[in-house]
Design a protein around this ligand. Structure first.
Ligand code: ZN
Length: 171
C-alpha cells in the first residue's frame, strides 16, 4: 500500500536531506579523537575524517516534507528534532554526546549514504518505510541496528563497508 507514492516522495526528500546536511555542516565539528578510538577499526579513515558532528537540544531540524501525512496514515514516524541522533549524508546531528554504540549506528548510515548516494538512500528509506510503516523496520535501519548490536556484543572487529555492501545485495 502507498508504494505508488515512493517515486513522488524521492525528489523532495532528497532535497530535504541535502538542505539539512548543508545547513548543519557549517555548525558541526570533526569527530573528536576520544570518540574516534572505539570505532576506528571498523570504518575507513576517509569516513572518520569527513564525518561532522553537531550537538544541539532540541535538534534544529524541521520535519521532512511528508511526515505529517504519514503520521495521519498511522505510520510510526518520530520527529527528527526529538530523535537521539540523525544522519544527513556525512553530518550527524545528536541531542547529547553520543556513546560509542550510538555513534557506531549513525556511522553505518554514513557508509550507507556513501555506498548508495543520497538519492538512492532516500529512495530505499522511503520505500522501506512505506512497506513496513515503522521506521525501525526499514531495511536500512535494520542493517544499522544489526551491525550496532554486533559491535556491542562481539569483540571481533569487522569491516562495516563490506557488511553494508553485502546487506544491500541481500535486500
Ligand atoms: Zn538509524
Amino acid at each position: 500500500m502507498l508504494k505508488f507514492a515512493a517515486p513522488i516522495l524521492v525528489p523532495p526528500v532528497n532535497a530535504y536531506i541535502c538542505r539539512q546536511r548543508d545547513r548543519l555542516r557549517s555548525q558541526a565539528k570533526m569527530l573528536p579523537e576520544r570518540d574516534r578510538i572505539p570505532v576506528e577499526k571498523y570504518f575507513s579513515t576517509d569516513v572518520l575524517d569527513r564525518v561532522r558532528i553537531l550537538i544541539a537540544h532540541p535538534l534544529p531540524i524541521p520535519d521532512p516534507p511528508f511526515a505529517s501525512v504519514m503520521r495521519r496514515f498511522g505510520f510510526d514516524f518520530p520527529s527528527p528534532s526529538l530523535t537521539e541522533a540523525i544522519t544527513f549524508e556525512d553530518v550527524i546531528a545528536c541531542r547529547a554526546g553520543m556513546n560509542a554504540s550510538l555513534l557506531f549506528h549513525e556511522l553505518v548510515h554514513v557508509v550507507q549514504y556513501r555506498v548508495l548516494g543520497v538519492r538512492e538512500f532516500a529512495r530505499q528509506y522511503i520505500s522501506g518505510f512505506l512497506d513496513t510503516r515503522s521506521y525501525s523496520e526499514i531495511p536500512l535501519e535494520r542493517i544499522a541496528f544489526e551491525l550496532q548490536s554486533r559491535f556491542d556484543t562481539d569483540a571481533q572487529q569487522f569491516d562495516v563497508e563490506l557488511q553494508v555492501r553485502r546487506s544491500l545485495r541481500r535486500t
